[in-house]
Every structure is written in C-alpha cells, then in structure tokens.
Design a protein around this ligand. Structure first.
Ligand code: PLP
Length: 463
C-alpha cells in the first residue's frame, strides 16, 4: 500500500469515539480524557503503519482499550517475591505485614492524627518518632526525611555548606539510581576533601586534611561492595577523638542501619546504629526501608544541637515525610521495642533473613506438591538448593542458602510462562535461568504458595 492509502485508512478521533466499546467506557470516564488517549493511540498507529507494520483497525481498538484498562487499574499492588532478593527495590524493598496493613488502613479511613496535641494545638510531627529513636538507639534526638539520599544531602547542607567535608577515597560509593557521594556532596553545597587511597586510609590522612575551612568529617558505609586484601579504614573510635580535638562534627552514613546484631545469628555483622552513637558520631543516618524494614524514609539521629540545626534547614520541609510514612515507621520502630524473640516473629525482614533452611525447604516442597497435583505431567517440577541475596546494599556480599521450586512447562516457553505469572493480578516474580523458572522460597511468605498456584491456574490448564 502507498503511504496515501495507508493514511486514508486511519479513522478520525470522532469516529473512534463512536465505536461501541469506546462508548461503554465513556459511561464512566471523562470524554476529554478518552479523547486524549484515542488521539495518542491513533498517532502511534499512524507511525507504525508508515514504518511498514502490517496492522488493521482491530490493533488500534485493542491498543486503546488496553490503555484505558491499564490507566484505570492499579499498577502499585500486592505482589509475590519469588526472586529471592530480600530487599528488592522493584518490589518495594522491605515487605510489610498485617500489623502494618492495619495501621495504613486505620490512617486511611478519613482524617488522621499527625501533628496535633491534646490541647488541639499544632504539635511537633517528629515528637513520637524522636522518642522511639532515642530509646532504641541511645541518640539525643532524631528526625526523618524522604529517604537516606535526602538525609545525607540535608545533613551536609545544614552542617557544611560552603565548607570542606573530609571523606576517604575508599568510601566514595555509588549506590545506584544516580546516588553517588561526590554528586550528593556537590549538590549539598559542601566541598569534598578526599583523603587516602582506594584501599587504605589512615588517621594521619584525616589529621593532615583538617584546616580552618573544614565543616565535617563524613564516613560512608561501603554497603554494596567490599575492598579486600591490603586495606585500612579508620574506625569511629579512632576518628572521634581527633574530630573532638579540632571541634569538627563526624557524620556517619550507615546505609542499611542495623538495630540488631546479625552476627549472633550467623550472618556477617552489619554496622549497628547504637554502636555509631556510642562511639561518638555526631550525626548518623540510615534508610528506613532496608534492614529497619519500614517505609521509604531516611532516619537522622544524633546530638540534639545538630538535629535542631537540621530541623531549621529549609530543605527539611521540602524533604518531609507524609502521614502514612510516619505511621508505618512508628509501627516498625515499635516492633523493635519487643523482646528479641517476639521482634523476630513480628518483623518481616528479620523473619526472612533468619528463616530456618528446613522451613524454607518444607514450604517449597508443599508448593511443588500442589503444582504437581494440579498440572501432572504438563509441568516438570523439582525442589533444589540455591542462594538468595539480601539486596538493598545490605550485607550485600553475603549469600543466603535457600530452596528453589524449579518449573518447566511442557507446552509453554519458559519466558512466556514467567511473563504470564507477572501479569497475574497478584503478580508473581520468579527468575528464569537455563530454561527453568526458579521460585525462591526464602522470600515467598507464608500462604503465598496458594497465590502461586492460583497464578499458574490462570496460565496453564489444570488436569
Ligand atoms: C542505600 C544507601 C543510601 C541511599 O539510601 P536510600 O534510602 O535508598 O535513599 C545512601 N547511603 C548508603 C551508604 C546506602 O547504603
């Protein structure tokens, strides 16, 4: 077909508005919005036709109806993490549980108490979180902002704008998503004063860098990588006396921020928040949704004078957390008040990290049996050992043992099966390797084998 003939076959917006299925959607949606969707899709259709694709009006209709459906359905929804990455940013990092769901539900019924006191006067939004942080970490004060990237930038801006900040070359990290220490530093208005080398930084390097324009010393947890071999970093215990002598504050960006000692449970030790405070760090920051297991936020704790200074900084208002974040973080921090055995039972991230291997195996076996019973020989199902990752830059070089349900379909290519499971209304995310779909049961929560089975039943015909 010539271009002219192709273009003649493209319907007008008005004509499409008169198609029966479109008229149906006009019963619920505003005509101006539907018109916009139609116009965009006609434009796409035109481009694809001109590019030589063989399309007809049914493609256009399908595309429009698909987009309308997509726009009115939730993208943000419950999902099953069978990827085995405990803190997966694509899957919302820390998983929540029923307790958190109840808090969110309660806060979402109408108005909610956020920052008002018993006299009905405006109160300090940070008061309750501040108190919990004092009790849990031993810090003098604490506040929260949008995330830990925001926390780092805010701290540097409030404490060292126009001044130098000393940082070891071994700690100039990139976390991903454009979070790089040199860039954050530049954005904050502080000047980076690099010291040491990639693998070795000494106390004398810090001492030699201090001058009248030094605003702070920054330490950054390496989080997602390790330097091994001939290495040296200066501990807080060594650094704090030097900083005190020179009247310079020490900032400690812990990244994950553990509140419990993971080494007791056979995992590598992640730097603990309490230890940084005890060692004399003036300001410490960490993520709310990594090992803390709460909502996305950045937690800042430390000496009262610095927290007060940070609170007065205009960026604090710009980076302020909303009511749901505050409520979910409160509930998360409250679990850390519990006795340790109850904490482990009530804290999803800790529960997953410390889940006994035989429990994972039993769970995987249960799912495998159910799949076999439902699909017989049309599915090849086995259970095998594997490794999970912690993710989120936490304990990240550590691998956790796990069990995987390995699945192959006799009829369906494995990528199609994996994709179909991701398109289920409770999406199931597994990984494909060597022509097999692998479902990692460390991150599959209790009862979710039923969701997985349901998802399979919408894709494959049960026997
Ligand atoms: C993860 C991480 C950040 C970024 O935290 P977000 O809460 O994701 O913004 C900053 N610093 C370190 C050391 C980290 O590990």
């Amino acid at each position: 077909m010539k271009n002219k003939d192709i273009l003649r076959n493209i319907p007008s917006v008005d004509k499409v508005l008169n198609w029966n299925e479109i008229k149906e959607s006009l019963k619920i949606l505003g005509q101006n919005h539907v018109t916009e969707i139609i116009r965009d899709n006609i434009e796409q259709y035109r481009k694809r036709l001109l590019a030589g694709e063989k399309l007809d009006l049914s493609h256009l209709k399908k595309a429009i109806l698909f987009e309308i459906q997509d726009l009115i359905s939730p993208y943000f929804c419950y999902a099953v993490n069978a990827l085995g990455i405990v803190l997966h940013t694509g899957l919302g990092r820390a998983p929540f549980n029923k307790r958190i769901a109840e808090v969110v539900h309660d806060m979402s019924r109408g108005y909610s108490r956020l920052q008002i006191d018993e006299e009905g006067k405006r109160a300090d939004r940070y008061r309750k979180i501040n108190r919990l942080l004092q009790i849990l970490t031993g810090a003098e004060a604490g506040i929260i902002v949008n995330n830990n990237a925001a926390a780092t930038m805010l701290i540097l801006n409030a404490m060292a704008k126009g001044k130098e900040v000393i940082v070891s070359r071994g700690q100039l990290i990139e976390i991903g998503g454009a979070y790089r220490i040199p860039d954050i530093m530049a954005q904050s208005g502080a000047t980076m004063h690099e010291i040491g080398t990639t693998n070795r930084t000494h106390l004398k390097d810090y001492a030699g860098a201090i001058n009248e324009n030094t605003g702070a010393i920054l330490r950054v947890h390496q989080s997602n990588y390790r330097i091994i071999g001939f290495t040296k970093e200066v501990s807080l215990e060594e650094l704090v006396p030097l900083a005190r002598e020179n009247n310079i504050p020490v900032i400690d960006d812990l990244g994950s921020g553990a509140l419990i000692d993971f080494s007791i449970y056979g995992l590598p030790k992640e730097p603990m928040v309490q230890e940084s405070i005890a060692a004399g760090a003036d300001v410490v920051c960490f993520s709310g949704d990594k090992l803390i297991g709460g909502p996305q936020c950045g937690i800042i704790i430390g000496k009262k004078e610095y927290i007060e200074k940070i609170k007065k900084n205009p960026l604090t208002r710009a980076l302020r957390c909303d009511k749901l974040t505050n409520a979910v973080l409160e509930a998360t921090l409250q679990t850390f008040l519990l006795k340790e055995e109850d904490l482990l039972l009530n804290h999803p991230v800790l529960g997953i990290l410390l889940k006994p291997l035989d429990e994972i195996k039993k769970h995987a076996n249960r799912c495998a049996r159910a799949l076999k019973a439902s699909f017989g020989s049309s599915l090849r199902v086995s259970v095998k050992p594997g490794v999970s990752e912690i993710g989120g830059g936490s304990l990240s070089t550590e691998q956790l043992p796990t069990f995987l349900v390995a699945v192959q379909s006799v009829d369906l290519p494995i990528d199609d099966l994996a994709r179909a499971l991701r398109l289920f209304h409770k999406p199931v995310y597994g990984r494909v390797a060597e022509d097999t779909l692998l479902l990692d049961f460390r991150t599959v929560l209790k009862g979710e084998e039923k969701v997985i089975l349901e998802a399979f039943k919408t894709v494959l015909k049960p026997i």
